[in-house]
Each structure stands twice: as C-alpha cells, then as structure tokens.
Design a protein around this ligand. Structure first.
Ligand code: PGA
Length: 276
C-alpha cells in the first residue's frame, strides 16, 4: 500500500506530493516505474541522477525493467547532480565513477550519453558555468532524482545556500563529511572538503523533482522540508517552490510528518492512483 497527497495541491504548486511506501524497495520500484514511464513517452529523456545509498534501489529496479524489456533505455541521457572537487581522475568514489558503475553500465548506456561537472578542472568556476550551459543546451532535465542530507541539503547545497543558486563550488559541512566517510573507508580525512553542485535554482529547472528518503535519520529533515517554512536553512524546502515535486518516504523517514495521516487518507480515497 502506498499513500499520496491530492494532485490538486501539486498542480497548483502549493504542496509537494508525498508518497509513503513500506520500505526502500517499494520506493525504488515506484520511482523506477516513473522513470520507465517517462522513457516510454520520451525515449531520449534527460535523467538527473543522485548518488549516495538511498537511490540504489531505484537503479536496481530500473535495470531490472530494462533487462525484462519492459522499457527501452538505450536512448536515455544521464546527468550528474554534483561532484567532489580534487579527487584524482578515475577515483572510485568520484561521482562520475559512481554514476558510471551504478547507473550507466547497468542500463547498458554508453558514456557519451552521460554528462557531469568537471571536478578536476583548473578553473572550477568556468567548469560550473559550463555545466549549467550544457544542461540548458541539452534541453533541460526531465526528471531529477534527489536524496536529502540529515542537514536538509539537496545535491550538495548545504544549509544557507541561496534558493536561486546556480551550479557552483561549495564547502561541505562537517556533518556531511561525517555522513559520507563511510564511502572512504570510514576515514573523514579522505572526504574532500569541496564539491561542485547544481545550484538550487538549477535543480528547480528540472521538469519533475523526485526525492527519495529512507530511514529514521532523515525524518526531521523530511518534515522540515515538506511541512516547514521555505528556508535557506533547509535547502530541500525549495521543493515547495516547484510545480511538480514528489517526495517518496518509507515509514521511518515519514515518522516526523504531522500530516502523515492526511497523506495516507488522501491516497486511500484515490484507489485509481497510477503513480507519481
Ligand atoms: P544518502 O545521501 O542517500 O547516502 O543518505 C543523501 C544525500 O546526502 O543527499
């Protein structure tokens, strides 16, 4: 059983759509189906992908659909949300490597269909501007996947990021470096201090934003993002500005939502609901 808000709210842009699923596998399946549906309508859709642990069930479910020939992803285009600055080329934890390994290869795409910011550029500011231009020239992002940090970040837009920001270099908070040390043998010293991230203004230009959050550690950030005031202190609250933003949460990540019962009741009244 999944639950969602009433579409009327999302179509008027005054409330993000919230879907409560039993677990991360169900969230992955729901979002993979939305991506597959998009690819059936637009085979060369530009899909913005996110890194971290949370989206892995999405990529597994989408790869399974491709393998089962439920969808043809051969013309899909993929773009990165963010990238570490200063990791040597080919470092296994560079987000380029991660996206190649977790998305591009399992979907059988070639590397030409994949774009991301150049974290090794000498002129980082120019690389950021070039990435924003490249996204626009590619026709814009059709569906952007997002995770959420325990501090409310989206991409690497840490608290106090401008809600109108463009792709730029950012300094990671200590909390995010602690959270990400698990990808670097648990050694925070190996986690870069700087990143390139799509800005919040850049992210908001995607046609559909889909944020997946699982686990209790995300509950406070999810509640603030969805039900709290629009605030640069909680970058994910910027989703409230978007006309088609969907937040998919498991029961644990939903546990801080005051309106969880409302979200469930609204879905229960819409048994014909077809997806996000
Ligand atoms: P996680 O990261 O999925 O690994 O928790 C989410 C994020 O930082 O955006």
């Amino acid at each position: 059983m999944v639950y969602t808000t009433d579409r009327v709210f999302t179509e008027t842009g005054i409330f993000v759509e919230v879907v409560i699923v039993p677990d991360s596998a169900a969230g992955g399946e729901l979002i993979a189906e939305a991506m597959a549906d998009l690819l059936r309508r637009k085979p060369d859709a530009l899909l913005g992908v996110a890194t971290g642990s949370t989206p892995l069930p999405i990529y597994e479910a989408l790869a399974a659909k491709v393998a089962a020939k439920e969808v043809d992803a051969s013309r899909a285009r993929i773009c990165q949300l963010d990238e570490y600055v200063g990791l040597p080329a080919g470092h296994p934890e560079s987000y380029r490597s991660v996206v190649l390994r977790e998305v591009v290869e399992p979907l059988g795409l070639n590397q030409d269909s994949f774009m991301g910011p150049d974290g090794a550029a000498e002129d980082v500011a120019a690389a950021c501007a070039a990435y924003d231009r490249a996204l626009a020239e590619a026709g814009g992002v059709d569906l952007q996947l997002l995770g959420i940090g325990t501090d409310g970040h989206i991409g690497f837009n840490e608290p106090c990021s401008s809600l109108a920001s463009r792709t730029r270099i950012k300094t990671l908070t200590q909390q995010t470096r602690v959270d990400n040390a698990r990808f670097f043998d648990g050694d925070i010293e190996q986690v870069p201090h700087h990143v390139i991230t799509q800005g919040i203004g850049t992210i908001l230009e995607a046609r559909h934003l889909v944020l997946l959050a699982t686990g209790e550690a995300k509950a406070d950030a999810v509640a603030l993002a969805v039900e709290g005031p629009l605030s640069a202190l909680v970058p994910a609250s910027a989703l409230q500005l978007h006309p088609h933003a969907t937040v998919v949460v498991d029961e644990s990540a939903a546990s801080g939502l005051k309106l969880a019962g409302y979200f469930r009741a609204t879905y229960a009244a819409k048994p014909d609901w077809q997806g996000i």
